[in-house]
Design a protein around this ligand. Structure first.
Ligand code: WT7
Length: 635
């Protein structure tokens, strides 16, 4: 029996039991057999959630890029590592082999070194989804610098905050970026940010759009001439297992963003293992995750997890709607993609469009479909299953977080029977617990509670950069000796988990706990509704009442609004009960969303409670303009 590659349900249960009975032996075997180390560990795991302190493979030495690149050279040097699909479908795709990627990373590593970057220094990467982004990430890892990738859709203020928080000394950016038919002046955004950052000594600039940029003498350098001169080999820096690999910022519910710090060995072992199993990756597959490397999904499942397995990983520069809504499916057909991993928000957006965009493409190469980022509603799940997977591809609804580094709860395709809206079962090594408000574990099935994890897994973040106390307070203080996820979940009669949403999204109406997700699911079942968001607002009698913001499909636009409101409440009554009926319904043109597609309920809550004096920072929204439109139409 192989612990590394699970192939059927019985095997999953066996491996899972083994991983819980003796986690150290379990992970040790995987680490030993599937990775290259410069020095072996002294101890597999040392942990104490009360401090919190977590150390995996302590004493071991390695470089993650030797695992992602060097070791593949003699067996799959000419295999495509990164398949780059540009924004413009007329621009040719690039097949970058393992050998070429190794060379590019080595050259970049030499450039970084020549520019004075040392082991442990922080390098901020603010690049679009072009090969240089992956190359820069890996080059940092090769020399032992800590990368902090900032999604290139963030504003200059957000960028400056992130540069200053981790004291980065270098920024790697590009002149601009292409997104659909738009061109964005990234270098200009960096220049503005750097007016507020004292620590940046060097800016390396990739030429992508050819747009005009200002180059500050002594600080800014075009990257290509430096690469041209650089030597194409670089001996990887030897890293300790617990040396930091990267910092990635995630927004907290309040205050400044949290720089989640991930370390080297455990992160590598866990992302590689979960990639292999969750996507049932095989040697000749072409795997595509549509996320941006600016998010944890891209770090773990575009770069590190796939490359550690010697996979071909697609990097897509564009957007799902350009040149039309068939772009995803055109790319799947063109590159014969076998695993496709995207977000529910993208699925819902595409499901609104004409089905021809999907059906005119040959999607027969697909084997596994994945989703991540938020609960997927039933309607979207079925659309994905019926029209994209043609009912032949298991859907892996993968639950995890920036903090967890890798997927924790997910079906294993072809092993775990899927169930719409359920992330199903914990992966090997993951020990979930549902907790009640009094801090007691809720055992048995058909229960719900706050989702915690009882035992460390190798990829858990080790701290918040510069603020260990906040790390402890946020994740390890709500429940004793547990990692608290901030999510609510239910466990059904067979032990499957369904993530019900952030527990801070729970609204208590007349003493009943209502999660926003199930109500929104119900509303979205109405044929005229494209998307919805529910928030609570203060109510004299019920404590809270529900306010619904609803986007109509084009077919709903011409309908009588009052009738529609009645029908929507009827659907809610049918799915959940009259208790969940909406007191107010506002039809809106859009919903305020973060760049990762999450609805900013904080803003909607304020509008619903007529408290719009201080909406807080809206600069990181994908669509800040929609806020005013919603305020204008507020009830
Ligand atoms: C939060 C973490 C993990 C990469 C992308 C998001 C929600 C994530 C699911 C899922 C229901 C999900 C949770 C979680 N979430 N995946 N499959 N089903 N909810 O990373 O920005 O750190 O957000 O996203 O609420 O806590 P993130």
């Amino acid at each position: 029996m192989s612990n590394y590659h699970i192939k059927h349900l019985e095997e999953y249960f066996q491996v899972y039991r083994k991983s819980v009975r003796n986690p150290e032996a379990f992970w040790e075997e995987i680490a030993e057999e599937h990775f290259v180390w410069r020095k072996r560990w002294n101890k597999v795991l040392k942990w104490d959630f009360s401090k919190p302190e977590i150390k995996w493979f302590n004493g071991a030495q390695l470089n993650i890029t030797e695992n992602c690149l060097d070791r593949h050279l003699h067996i799959r040097g000419d295999k495509t590592a990164i398949l780059f699909e540009p924004n413009d479908p007329k621009e040719e795709a690039q097949h970058i082999t393992y050998r070429q990627l190794h060379q590019r990373v080595c050259k970049m590593a030499n450039v970084l070194k020549d520019e004075g970057v040392k082991k442990g220094d922080r390098v901020c990467i603010y690049l679009p989804m072009i090969p240089e982004l992956a190359v820069s990430v890996l080059a940092c890892a090769r020399i032992g610098a800590i990368h902090s990738v900032v999604f290139a859709g963030f504003s200059s203020t957000a960028l400056a905050t992130r540069i200053n928080d981790c004291d980065a000394s270098m920024v790697i950016t590009s002149d601009g970026s292409f997104r659909g038919n738009k061109t964005i002046d990234l270098k200009g955004i960096v220049d503005e940010a750097l007016n507020h950052c004292q620590g940046i000594k060097t800016v390396l600039v990739v030429k992508r759009t050819g747009g005009k940029v200002d180059m500050k003498k002594g600080r800014d350098h075009w990257l290509q001439p430096l690469l041209d001169k650089a030597y194409a080999d670089y001996t990887a820096e030897i890293m300790e297992a617990e040396d930091p690999l990267f910092i990635l910022y995630t927004s907290g519910s309040t205050g400044k963003p949290k720089g989640m710090m991930h370390t080297t060995a455990g992160y590598m072992v866990y992302t590689a293992y979960t990639f292999k199993n969750v996507f049932q990756y095989r040697e000749d597959d072409v795997y595509w995750c549509t996320a941006d490397i600016g998010w944890i999904t891209g770090h773990s499942y575009i770069v590190y997890g796939p490359l550690a397995n010697g996979a071909t990983t697609v990097m897509f520069e564009g957007v799902p709607s350009y040149p039309d809504f068939g772009r995803f499916w055109e790319v799947v057909e063109k590159h014969k993609v076998t695993q496709f991993y995207t977000a529910p928000t993208a699925i819902r957006a595409l499901a609104k469009e004409n089905l021809d965009f999907v059906t005119k493409h040959d999607l027969s190469s697909l084997k596994v479909l994945g989703t991540v980022g938020e609960p997927i509603n039933e309607e979207a799940w079925h659309w994905y299953n019926d029209h994209v997977g043609e009912k032949k591809c298991p859907i892996v609804d993968t639950w995890w977080q920036t903090e967890t580094g890798g997927i924790l709860i997910s079906p294993i395709p072809f092993s775990t029977p899927t169930k719409p809206t359920y992330a199903t079962l914990p992966l090997p090594g993951v020990q979930p617990a549902l907790m009640d408000e009094n801090g007691n574990e809720i055992t048995g099935n058909q229960v719900d509670g706050r989702l915690c994890i009882k035992f460390p897994w190798p990829a858990i973040a080790r701290t918040i950069w510069g603020d260990h106390k906040r790390y402890k307070d946020t994740y390890f203080s709500a429940f004793k000796n547990m990692y608290f996820t901030g999510d609510g979940a239910l466990r059904d009669e067979v032990g499957y988990y369904r993530i019900t949403g952030r527990v801070d999204d729970v609204i208590i109406v007349s003493g009943h706990n209502l999660g926003t997700a199930p109500i929104e699911d119900a509303i979205n079942e109405h044929p005229a509704v494209a998307e919805s968001a529910i928030v609570g607002f203060p109510h004299d009698i019920k404590g809270n009442a529900l306010y619904g913001y609803i986007i109509l499909k084009e077919t709903g636009e011409s309908r009588d609004r009052e009738n529609l409101k009645k029908e929507i409440n009827q659907v809610i009554t049918e799915h959940i009960g009259p208790i969940a009926k909406l007191d107010k319904i506002q039809f809106v043109p859009g919903l305020p969303k973060t760049r990762s597609g999450k609805i900013m309920r904080r803003i909607l809550r304020k509008i619903a409670s007529k408290d719009t004096s201080n909406l807080g920072d809206t600069s990181t929204l994908l669509n800040p303009e929609v806020v005013q439109e919603i305020m204008d139409g507020a009830l």
